[in-house]
Ligand binder design. Structure first.
Ligand SMILES: C=C(O[C@@H]1C=C(C(=O)O)C=C[C@H]1O)C(=O)O
Length: 253
């Protein structure tokens, strides 16, 4: 075999890949040490009790990384990869259980979407979306996941979620135009730079400014509107604010 036969060059390329993998591994170890410092800071300022999860920071990071990749790596690939990293980082700061309505939790497409986003987090199933929301009162760092069109809104309006609100929606890459999963938690909402506000309206309001999508939960109208809205008075009369969260990331084709 000569020095530059295909097999030798394959060996050389594989050595290059091993070197790159070693670098990725070292960087992951460094990243993990940095997130431990974040945990200590959040424990010191007390915010870890509400949640280690910061959806706005994550959305801004993903926007930046997708932009940096400039199309050389598919956004779907980057999101999948970083979801493993971010989920591990969150769980290492404080363990989180996901609470879901059992009908929703048994839907295969939903479970795949949830597993891709919250990789490895424990799931607890409940009888009804209202019970899933109620679970957050005794475990403030946990998350409750509901289907937008399930019967959660009446329970939410009666206080089932306490002071928890929607802090992120799935999927995080823009697709169908309306969320498939609403994620409730106690992390303080922060603007990511491109955000959405979820309003609960007592009736069909025509001409809602910034309307992005509309759905129904029982007799309540849900409206996703553009922007990180303040609490009333800027809201429609009779409207309730149910959360503020990053808008799904738009990817140019
Ligand atoms: C590290 C942090 O905590 C979590 C993990 C993140 C990460 O690993 O980059 C980002 C946001 C948070 O969901 C943070 O708040 O910066």
């Amino acid at each position: 075999m000569t020095a530059d036969s295909p097999e030798t060059s394959l060996d050389a390329i594989r050595r290059e890949i091993d070197t790159i993998d070693d670098q990725i591994l070292r960087l992951l170890m460094q990243r993990s040490a940095a997130t431990e410092k974040v945990r200590v800071t959040k424990a010191y300022d007390g915010s870890i009790a509400a949640s280690p999860f910061r959806p706005a920071r994550e959305a801004a990071m993903m926007q930046r990384l997708i932009g940096e990749a400039g199309g050389a790596l598919a956004p779907e690939f980057l999101v999948r990869l970083w979801r493993v990293i971010l989920s591990n980082s969150i769980q290492s700061q404080a363990p989180i259980t996901l609470h879901m309505d059992s009908a929703f939790g048994h839907d295969l497409a939903t479970r795949l979407l949830v597993a891709q986003h919250f990789c490895g987090m424990k799931v607890e199933l409940h009888r009804g979306a209202g019970r899933a929301l109620e679970a957050l009162s005794s475990a403030r760092g946990d998350l409750a996941l509901v289907a937008p069109s399930s019967d959660w809104a009446a329970a939410f309006s009666e206080g089932a979620a306490g002071d928890a609100q929607v802090i992120v929606t799935l999927p995080v890459l823009a697709g169908s135009g309306r969320p498939q999963v609403l994620v409730f938690g106690h992390a303080a909402p922060q603007a990511s730079g491109d955000d959405e506000t979820l309003l609960l309206l007592p009736d069909e309001t025509v001409g809602l400014p910034g309307l992005l999508w509309r759905a129904h939960s029982g007799t309540t109208t849900l409206a996703g509107v553009a922007g990180f809205l303040a609490e009333p008075p800027s809201l429609q009369p009779g409207a309730r604010l149910a959360g503020r969260y990053p808008r799904p990331i738009k990817v140019s084709p």
